[in-house]
Structure formats: C-alpha cells, structure tokens
Write a protein that binds this ligand. Structure first.
Ligand SMILES: [Zn+2]
Length: 508
C-alpha cells in the first residue's frame, strides 16, 4: 500500500523542469498543504524533522496534462486511472470530440455541477477538466434527427452550453465526423460557438474530415472558432489515408496563417499512426448516416447491401489488414487484437462479410492504420502541438476489450519522439504549462511557489513504452513517483496501489 505523505515534505536533488520551457537545474522543492511552497538550488535546503525524498537526479516536472481524453465515464468506473497516472498524467481534459457524458442524463448526474459533485465523491486519482460537447447537446435537444434545428431548438442548445460554461466547462467540443454532429451545417456550430464569445474558452474540434476534406475542414474550424473566443484546438491533428498525406504542408500553412492573423490555434496529437474509434466508421456512404447501424443490419438484405457497397469502393475501400478490433462483447474475445483479414480467415468469410457480422452482433471498437509515420513526426515537432492521448483512463486489468496502446503510452512516446527535434524542456512545456494555458487550467502545469503540487519524478532516458496491440495494458517504464495535490498518487515500486487525491477543476 502506498504510504500517505505528511502534508509537508521535501524533494531533494531533482533536475527541475519548471514546465515553462526554461532550462532545467538541480533543485530542492518543498511541498506543503498540497502546494509548492519553496524552490531552492539543490543542496541549499537543510531539512530537519521534515520528511524527505531523495530524487537522486531524476527529472521533476509538473504533472502532465492530457489535452484530449475520453475518460468522462471511465473515471467514474475506474477512479484509479491506471493508464494515465502510471505515465505521469495528473489532469485530463474530457468531453472531447463533441461527446460529453458529463451533460447526459445519468442516475447520478446531468450537468457539470452534479458531475463534479459525483466525481469528487468517488475520489479520482487525477484531476478532471471537462469540455461541453456539441453532439451531446444536440442529441439532448433533437435526438438523432438528420435535419437543421428550429429556432427554438437552437436557443435550447445555446442555453445548455451557456449553463455548462457557467458551471465550469472549459470550452465547446465538436465531433463533426460523428453522428449527430455530421447532420449539422457549419452555421449551426457557428451559432453555438458564439456562446463562447467573451469567455476566453476554446472551441476544440474533431473536424468534419481529417482526410479527403482536411483542408476545407480546417477552414470550417477556423470559421467556427472566429465566432467564439477566437481560440481553436484541433483534436488529434493528422492527414488520414495515404492519398491525403501530401496535404500536411497545406494544412500547416492554413493553421500558421490563421495564427499570424491573430487566432490562437493549437492542436493535440497522440504519437501513433493507428487511430481508434468505432468499427462502424468503416461503413461507406450513404450508410454512414444511419444512426443505429446495428439495428439496421438485423435485416439480412441490409447486410448484403453494405457488403456490396464495400465491393464498389475499389481502392478507396478499407485496407483490412490495418483494421484491428480492439474491444467488443465477450463472444468476440477470440478476435480482439486481430485485423479484419485475419478475423475473416478465422470465420471463413471475406473481410467485409466478417465486418458486417461483427457489426450485426455488437458495437466493436477498432484501430485503423491510415496515418503516415513521417507526417506524425513532423506534427510532433511543431511547437503548437501538445500531447493528447485520445483515450480513456483504462485499468491495468481487463476482461475482454483492450485499449489502444496510446491509453498507456502517449506521454512517453510523445516525449521520446519530440525530443529528437527540441530540448527536453520545450517538449515538457507541451505536456504541461502550454496545455494548461490552452484550457485556462489554474495553478497547474508549472512548478512555482503557490501552485498545486501536481508533479512527476521520472528518468527521461528510460521514459518509454512498448507498442503492441496484443498487450497494451502495460505501464511504461521510467516513472518513479507521481504526486497529485501534494500526495503520492503512483509509486513504481507498487504500481497497483493508488492514493487518490484528484478532483474536478471547474474553469472560470
Ligand atoms: Zn476524435
């Protein structure tokens, strides 16, 4: 069991990274009542009668801030947050991609305030910041209707967002690639985003297209953000599908031009070339607009229709060897971790037939390998790109489904890849203070007297994780201790025991 630390303790001999990008130096740091109390050059604090931890030269950084999480409900079920805390994450931003379970009608909550109350009762291991999602808000008002909102419905959506922001939501998110966001025209999101005006809170978007329509979607995102606080966060920035990889330069140019014109634009990225979403997202147009695809597929003639549509896609169709099933019902356990070509062979079916069979029986998650490795490194090298896992805080233990390895490995991989192009202190800034400033998270992301003591003590050269879809629930190496609000939250010597000292952070 992890020992509780006294309210005052001192970390000696740490290589201190302040989070702001300044060069590191050897320091002693005193923590008191959950906050950083004092920082001094190493060897100058001479504690007597105070509990001390000898860092032995390891790096001490602000706790990492995950810009892009989907832990909204996962953190309620798994407040230990194994996946995130074990890699040094001390704050997650949830409610991304338009989907914010914080606002859905649940037995225990239904708005930001009641969610925050319930979360704090469950004592999460880390801190949670929440965006309000357009898809969730739209579905609360209009269900999954494929039409424009009426004036009255539009006003209701704006009221829900306004209330969420007043209760501490960090901004508005959208997922225009998903239903029901896909049903909405740009003007609808522009009008909703206008509620952000005057708040200084960002519009964070999973864009309408990250592939064939990437450049048009960046224009749309900029247009929407301009109607709000003129602040844009592009989620999991990428150019998807090989035929679109070349568009990255033009995408960079659009973003950097908008920056020059005064818009505050940042992006987040996970350091993997496989995305992870619902398997249903392979279904071609126009079947992609069907709200409940599983129900639709219960009719055998509908199954045949979609199998035929896959055939008609030609070389625009999925590369089945790069579609890996990651999570599903217990009956699908033999297929987890395998690609659709392998699963087809196991079933004695073609990959499209096997896919339709899985979608008829359940709603599996799948990873899609459609990104360029070279583009990924170019994106991670940008000083306006911060680390975001696009994953939930999964537990070490699992019964059926496995997370995308990014759930456990985003921060070590982001750090190792990005440090090839920038000094460590600059990379750490993009895992800490920059992200905190994007979402206006107070008193976090910097090691500074008076700030909250969210800290990670780690060995930069050993901070690594193994990439493997068949064993992704493995903690990374190199993290020694993680502190949340001045208490021990993770100890590498006893990785499964957890002190839980996080809380919901309302954003003003
Ligand atoms: Zn997304």
């Amino acid at each position: 069991m992890i020992k509780e630390l006294p309210s005052q303790f001192i970390i000696l001999n740490a290589k201190l990274f302040d989070g702001l990008g300044n060069a590191p130096y050897m320091a002693d740091v005193c923590i008191n009542q959950g906050r950083i109390e004092a920082i001094a050059k190493a060897g100058t604090m001479h504690p007597s009668g105070v509990y001390t931890i000898d860092a032995e030269g390891l790096a001490l950084s602000p706790g990492f801030v995950d810009a892009h999480s989907h832990s909204d409900t996962k953190i309620m079920d798994n407040p230990n947050a194994d996946a995130k805390i074990s890699q040094g994450v001390t704050t997650e931003v949830v409610g991304n991609c338009g989907s914010s379970a914080t606002l859905t009608k649940h037995a225990c909550w239904g708005d930001i305030e009641s969610y925050a109350h319930e979360l704090n009762l469950r004592q999460p291991a880390l801190n949670i910041v929440a965006l309000a999602g357009h898809n969730t808000i739209r579905s609360l008002v209009m269900g999954y209707e494929n039409r424009e909102p009426t004036r009255d419905e539009m006003n209701q959506m704006k009221e829900i967002l306004d209330k969420a922001l007043k209760q501490g939501a960090a901004g508005l998110s959208s997922g225009l690639w998903y239903l029901p966001g896909k049903y909405s025209k740009t003007e609808e999101v522009v009008e909703l985003a206008s509620v952000l005006k005057g708040t200084n809170k960002p519009y964070a978007t999973h864009m309408r297209s990250e592939g064939d329509g990437l450049l048009e979607s960046i224009d749309e995102a900029i247009q929407i953000a301009a109607a709000g606080a003129n602040r844009l966060q592009i989620s999991h920035f990428k150019a998807t599908n090989q035929r679109n990889w070349y568009k990255l330069d033009a995408a960079f140019e659009k973003i950097e031009n908008a920056k020059k014109n005064g818009m505050s634009i940042y992006a987040d990225r996970y350091p993997y070339i496989f995305s992870c979403t619902s398997l249903r997202m392979v279904v071609p147009s126009p079947y992609d607009l069907i709200a409940n695809i599983r129900e639709y597929l219960q009719a055998p003639e509908h199954q045949a229709e979609i199998i035929k549509a896959f055939g008609e896609m030609g070389d625009k169709g999925p590369n089945w060897e790069r579609v890996i099933v990651t999570d599903s019902i217990a009956a699908h356990k033999p297929y987890i971790g395998y690609n659709m070509k392998e699963i087809g062979e196991m079933m004695g079916l073609t990959p499209p037939e096997a896919t339709i069979k899985l979608l008829t029986e359940a709603s599996p998650s799948a990873a899609f390998g459609k990104m360029s490795e070279d583009n990924m490194h170019r994106i991670l090298a940008k000083d306006w790109v911060v680390a975001g896992s696009d994953a939930s805080s999964n537990a070490f233990d699992y019964t059926v489904g496995r997370a995308h390895p990014r759930a456990f490995g985003t921060f070590p991989r982001f750090f190792q890849f990005a440090r090839a192009n920038a000094p460590d202190e600059q990379v750490i800034r993009r895992m800490t203070s920059l992200t905190a400033s994007i979402f206006n998270i107070p008193e976090r992301g910097v090691i500074k007297p008076g700030y909250r003591a969210d800290l990670v003590l780690f060995d930069p050269d050993n901070f690594k994780c193994v990439f493997d879809f068949k064993a992704p629930h493995t903690p990374c190496t190199g993290v020694r201790f993680v502190f949340v609000n001045g208490q021990l939250a993770f100890d590498a010597e006893s990785p499964t025991s957890r002190g839980r000292h996080g809380s919901f952070i309302p954003i003003k």
